[in-house]
Write a protein that binds this ligand. Structure first.
Ligand SMILES: NC(=O)C1=CN([C@@H]2O[C@H](COP(=O)(O)OP(=O)(O)OC[C@H]3O[C@@H](n4cnc5c(N)ncnc54)[C@H](O)[C@@H]3O)[C@@H](O)[C@H]2O)[C@@H](O)CC1
Ligand SMILES: Nc1ncnc2c1ncn2[C@@H]1O[C@H](COP(=O)(O)OP(=O)(O)O)[C@@H](O)[C@H]1O
Length: 281
């Protein structure tokens, strides 16, 4: 069983700022992503979070990505402080994690604030107690299931169909006690105790390196802006996925009726138009 997600659903999740808002009330996203090897992933996630519409992004990472994040987005705050949500893992490799970083991520994952867990932090998700959204692609989902003691998603080499992906994501969500965003042309958002949500990407031009880092930033921004207002994490995640797909469709569609090649940065740049479109009417 599943439901499909659309623009109207997204509009119901997003908060339009009012005259009573300030940068803190709009949501602060804390970001621990990027590494010496993958600094670009940090830039893409931070860029996407700003472009999705958050009051503040706090970036706390290694020197090289910090310098690149600040060069791209000087509005980013690189000092620790209160946050309404965390984004961790994009552009990191668990094999390179030192003890200090492991301890810090352990605190984040044991805290009260929702955490979006991507890429190189997914191995930490099974032990987490914080409210959780994990964002695996198919390969990462298989590894996560194995860590949770669950069977491989398919019996053979064939790519699983949508129904099998929904069942597998729902089973992973129950085992994890968190929200699973299983990425693909149709992204499945599964929660332990709710019907799965299916979000169409809208364009296969989205299949390009770094678009997952953009997605994680977009989801983090929606969660930071809405979780404190009682929005369900799965719905916030689905809204982020829809905005990401719509931004890709707008960026690719701007090149002609058949679409055209886009980069992850193009997707991030189109996020404000996707948000404005969702909030229009
Ligand atoms: N500009 C940057 O700095 C970028 C950094 N990235 C980072 O690079 C690191 C490695 O990520 P990768 O996903 O490339 O590598 P991983 O090693 O995490 O996953 C790739 C493995 O999963 C398998 N797989 C199965 N289904 C897949 C699917 N649907 N998509 C991708 N792989 C699938 C592949 O065959 C491969 O064995 C992550 O930390 C990621 O965030 C990437 O996001 C690309 C852009
Ligand atoms: N064929 C496809 N059509 C549309 N979207 C896709 C397709 N394949 C992948 N995507 C989307 O592209 C993004 C890729 O994310 P990910 O695999 O994490 O890449 P990266 O790690 O390079 O950022 C996800 O949002 C996924 O849903």
């Amino acid at each position: 069983m599943s439901v499909t997600w659309n623009r109207t659903d997204t509009a119901q999740v997003l908060r339009r700022p009012t005259g009573d808002d300030d940068k803190y009330s709009r949501g602060v996203l804390g970001v621990r992503t990027g590494s010496q090897r993958y600094p670009g992933a940090a830039v893409l996630g931070v860029e996407a979070a700003w472009r999705t519409g958050v009051g503040m992004v706090r970036y706390l990472g290694p020197d090289r990505p910090t310098a690149l994040v600040l060069a791209r987005r000087p509005e980013t705050v690189v000092a620790a402080g209160r946050v309404q949500a965390w984004l961790i893992g994009s552009g990191t490799d668990a094999a390179d994690r030192d003890d200090d970083e492991a301890a810090t991520l352990g605190e984040v994952l044991a805290g009260p604030v929702p955490v979006v867990v991507d890429a190189g932090a997914l191995d930490l998700a099974p032990a987490a107690t914080a409210p959780l959204i994990v964002t695996p692609h198919a390969g990462e989902h298989a590894r996560l299931r194995s860590a949770l003691g669950l069977a491989a998603p398919t019996g053979g080499d064939a790519a699983p169909g949508l129904a099998a992906r929904i069942d597998a994501a729902a089973e992973t969500a129950r085992a994890l006690r968190g929200v699973v965003v299983l990425k693909g042309a149709q992204t499945v958002v599964a929660a332990p105790d709710a019907e799965a949500i299916v979000v169409d990407a809208g364009t296969p031009w989205l299949a390009a390196a770094g678009t997952g880092d953009v997605l994680a930033g977009a989801i983090g921004a929606v969660v930071a802006g809405t979780a404190a207002h009682g929005e369900a994490l799965a719905r916030a995640a689905a809204a982020g996925v829809w905005l990401h797909g719509r931004a890709a469709t707008l960026a690719a569609g701007a090149l002609g009726p058949a679409g055209g090649p886009i980069t992850a940065s193009d997707v991030a740049a189109a996020l404000p138009r996707a948000v404005a479109e969702a909030l229009a009417r």
